[in-house]
Design a protein around this ligand. Structure first.
Ligand code: NIG
Ligand code: FE
Length: 385
């Protein structure tokens, strides 16, 4: 079965060989999908015939968003904590323990209902790929269960047993558990290993122990780094060849240079700064130094309870001073780089046909019209959702 999407007023391909600039922008474009993959891209006037036809009526098209950082496996919410914060209380990460208690008390089906609701919410807003972390179980059984259930919703699952030290353990006891029995139980359901490298969570040596144990178990590393203050997370991520250092809110010039000289993507999560009323990460310095930047939601009930990549694009443009083109690239191709995937995040030939249509003439409108549900059509693997 083939599908021709035609009359695209603008098409973001993220393939500079196909169109203008890093977004590979085309105008009056068309795209053909065969068996869930992009089979042809080019000028609408020269498009080949196909079994079915979708008239985009001048709308803009772009690759589906790649949300490379979420914490969707949890129960309960922390609206009262958020309200207290907006009244002046600081964000410390201590609220994680409340979500751990609620998550442990939830049944498998309650956790499925929560992930399913957020996954559908994200898909409606254009996220065709969503990474999902554990980290609200913090016991062998609850971390393995969180990942087993997350796997039902995404192939991009991340073991974050080292989120915080649970009540009742010392840090050293807990790191030994994470690197031993917990990792063994979690690894069959995970592709990635992550650690919250931060004062009040895990220091450089503990983080290194967790990540190297994860690598030895066949997982690939990524790091929660430099979120709440300066620290060793970014340097550790680069040293270990992590796919991504996430948050990157408090960076030194040395951190920025290290990221720019590495294959580690700087994944920025402006929803977390918005939700904790904190200063935003230095996106401009990262981009100007030549680092690869991704944008993701960090969707979780504490710091960033948004599933909306369009909202993060708007924040990135307004608050991080990224251009609309940089932000849209970071939310699509950047996310794919952060997950080390070359089949998503672009619409070159052979890419997975994850395609969004906007009820707008260009990608700029994602930032220009914040809060407006512009994503009107979402194709996943070439299928309408
Ligand atoms: O990425 N930083 C650590 N973890 C989450 C927040 C977790 C929470 O507050 O529940 C984050 O922001
Ligand atoms: Fe996070």
């Amino acid at each position: 079965m083939s599908l021709l999407i035609t009359n695209l007023g603008e098409l973001v391909t993220n393939d500079p060989a196909l169109g203008r600039g890093p977004l590979g922008l085309l105008h009056d474009a068309a795209l053909v999908v065969v068996d869930g993959r992009v089979a042809w891209v080019g000028a609408a006037a020269t498009a080949p015939a196909a079994d079915e036809r979708l008239d985009a009526a001048g709308r803009a098209g772009l690759p589906g968003f790649v949300d490379s950082h979420t914490h969707l496996v949890f129960a309960g919410d922390r609206a009262a904590e958020f309200a207290a914060r907006m009244a002046g209380a600081p964000y410390t990460g201590n609220g994680i323990h409340a979500t751990v208690a609620a998550t442990r008390a939830a049944s498998d089906d309650e956790l499925r209902a929560g992930i399913g609701r957020l996954r559908r919410e994200a898909l409606r807003q254009g996220s065709t790929t969503v990474e999902i972390k554990s980290g609200y179980g913090l016991s062998v059984a609850d971390e393995a269960r969180s990942l087993r259930i997350a796997r039902e919703y995404s192939e991009e699952t991340t073991f974050l047993g080292a989120h915080v030290v649970p009540d009742g353990s010392t840090a050293d006891e807990y790191v030994a558990l994470v690197c031993g029995a917990m990792l063994a139980a979690a690894a069959p359901y995970a592709r990635w290993v992550d650690v919250f490298c931060e004062r009040n969570a895990f220091d450089a040596e503990q983080s290194r122990a967790v990540l190297t144990a994860g690598v030895a178990a066949g997982l690939a590393p990524r790091v929660h780094a430099n979120q709440l203050g300066p620290g060793p997370g970014v340097q550790l991520a680069v040293e270990l060849g992590a796919a991504s250092a996430d948050h990157c809110t408090h960076l030194s010039d040395v951190d920025i240079a290290a990221l720019a000289d590495s294959s580690t993507v700087a994944t920025l999560l402006p929803g977390a700064e918005f939700g904790t009323r904190s200063g935003y990460p230095p996106a401009r310095a990262l981009l100007d130094a030549g680092a690869t930047v991704a944008l993701a939601t960090d969707c979780n009930p504490g710091s960033s309870y948004t599933s909306s990549m369009p909202f993060c694009v708007a924040l990135a443009v307004r608050e991080l001073r990224m251009t609309p083109a940089e932000a849209v690239w970071a939310a699509t191709a950047g996310g794919a780089r952060a997950l080390r995937r070359d089949d998503i995040g672009h619409l070159g030939v052979e890419a997975r046909a994850d395609v969004l249509l906007l009820d707008a003439p260009s990608h700029v409108h994602l930032a220009y019209r914040p809060g407006v549900p512009l994503v009107c059509t979402v194709l996943l693997n070439g299928e309408p959702t």
